[in-house]
Design a protein around this ligand. Structure first.
Ligand SMILES: Cc1ncc(COP(=O)(O)O)c(C=O)c1O
Length: 426
């Protein structure tokens, strides 16, 4: 029977059972962290060859660059050639730099605030009205924190099954010239697993914007991170923007954080020639050049796109059972009550769980009290505010399988307990 159909007596009886289960959980000493999408140590082990790969005596890049030295701001040619297909841009319009794509996004926003883009009439921070970004929700919390730290106004936009609600997006960007950017995680979105449809990508590339220097911050973090044998491909945003006369619209980001080493991979950026020149001119003020030895190591280890895809297959084999374990628990323990819904992603790092409105914060606190650490409720919304207080983000990547099963069961108990308490108190 669905929870909504329970009489008050039946609800109280269920509450008693769930509370007893919760008390049993309290006696166990779980300590499981599912707060962030961190690769497991088995995943990291897949790239241990990188640690063994010695560059001693062989540290020259193909163009003769001495990788031990300064310079090479745009990245080694062979590294750009290897990773350009991930971004869907030519190697000449690809940058390989640093170890964190989030840092590259931060830099692009910082350069825009400080200097503006080539066609901006002034630096964004000098605009008389605060600049704004569209934020599909639920979305990636660090995008929102980044906006918050620069004082960028955030406008939530619903994320539908095929991408952001384009009726809302089109209307807002055409009417409001303070809207200068939009966050997009187009494939296996964090946290919903959403894949943008060709129609949505076409609409984002073609839409008319009131701001002349509007940018899509296209964070393709999960482009090769399939969880099934269906290796989904999406349309090329850069080419679509060019076709519609907006060649400078998309700033495309990616990284090898969840391919090789999360803390010691390579970050990727690609865009129009003008945007890459713009980036290089500002980046060269900030740094004398990236770590090219790590780029060389990555190229020699991965070799080519096939090498990268076979590594990603190794990740899939480790991740897919973890996702299945969590989905199985949700199915067994929550589905019968009919009040929760969740994503069944075909890739990426997260499961989105929508529970009874008004209970997400409480459920997260209940889980924390029994040793299961979840992402704070609300964090997938600007300023941490989920207006319905109903969304949870589950990150199944790092705990081992038996911990995951225990954690997922505990989450179901907490979600159900929070729901019973809410309904009884009404
Ligand atoms: C959508 C998205 N973008 C970027 C990142 C961080 O990437 P990086 O490690 O390259 O900074 C993450 C990490 O979880 C993510 O989910």
């Amino acid at each position: 029977m669905k929870l909504a159909e329970y009489s008050i007596d039946a609800l109280e009886q269920l509450h008693g059972q769930v509370q007893a289960e919760y008390l049993r959980l309290r006696e166990r000493t779980l300590s499981i962290n599912m707060a962030r999408g961190v690769p497991s140590s088995e995943q990291l082990d897949l790239s241990n060859a990188l640690l063994e790969l010695s560059l001693a005596g062989d540290y020259l890049a193909e163009d003769g660059t001495d990788c031990r030295n300064y310079m090479g701001q745009q990245g080694l040619p062979e590294a750009r050639r290897l990773f350009a297909p991930l971004l869907g841009l030519p190697a000449e319009q690809t940058v390989v730099s640093g170890n964190s794509s989030l840092a590259l996004m931060y830099d692009c926003l910082a350069f825009a605030m400080h200097n503006g883009f080539p066609e901006s009439s002034m630096p964004w921070q000098q605009e008389p009205q605060t600049v704004a970004f569209l934020c599909p929700v639920p979305g990636y919390d660090r995008h929102f924190t980044l906006c918050e730290s620069f004082g960028v106004r955030m406008i939530p936009v619903p994320l539908l099954d095929d991408g952001p609600d384009m009726d809302v997006v089109r209307r807002l960007v055409s009417e409001d010239s303070t809207i200068r950017g939009m966050w997009c995680v187009p494939k296996y979105s964090n946290p919903t697993g959403t894949v943008y449809s060709d129609e949505v990508i076409e609409a984002l590339a073609s839409m008319q914007t009131a701001a002349l220097d509007f940018r899509l911050f296209w964070d393709d973090a999960y482009t090769l991170h399939h969880l099934t044998s269906d290796a989904i491909e999406i349309s090329n945003i850069y080419q679509a923007c060019v076709r519609h006369g907006h060649p400078d619209r998309a700033l495309v980001f990616g990284s090898t954080s969840k391919m090789t080493f999360a803390g010691a991979g390579l970050a990727l950026f690609g865009s129009s020639k003008a945007n890459v020149e713009w980036w290089l001119s500002h980046a060269s003020i900030r740094s004398v050049g990236p770590d090219k030895l790590n780029q060389l190591r990555h190229v020699r280890y991965l070799k080519d796109l096939d090498g990268l895809k076979s590594l990603m297959d190794g990740h899939r084999k480790l991740l897919a059972p973890r996702f299945s374990a969590v989905l199985h628990q949700l199915d067994s323990h929550l589905r019968p009550f009919g009040f929760a819904s969740w994503s069944e992603p075909k890739g990426g790092y997260f499961i989105s769980l929508n529970i009874l409105p008004g209970t997400a914060r409480h459920a997260v606190a209940l889980a924390r009290a029994v040793g299961v650490n979840l992402t704070s409720a609300g964090s997938c919304y600007p300023h941490g505010h989920d207006p319905l207080d109903q969304h949870l983000r589950i990150a199944p990547s790092s705990p081992g399988l038996s911990d995951l099963e225990a954690a997922a069961q505990a989450i179901c108990t907490c979600v159900l307990l929070a729901a019973c308490e809410r309904l009884i108190s009404k």
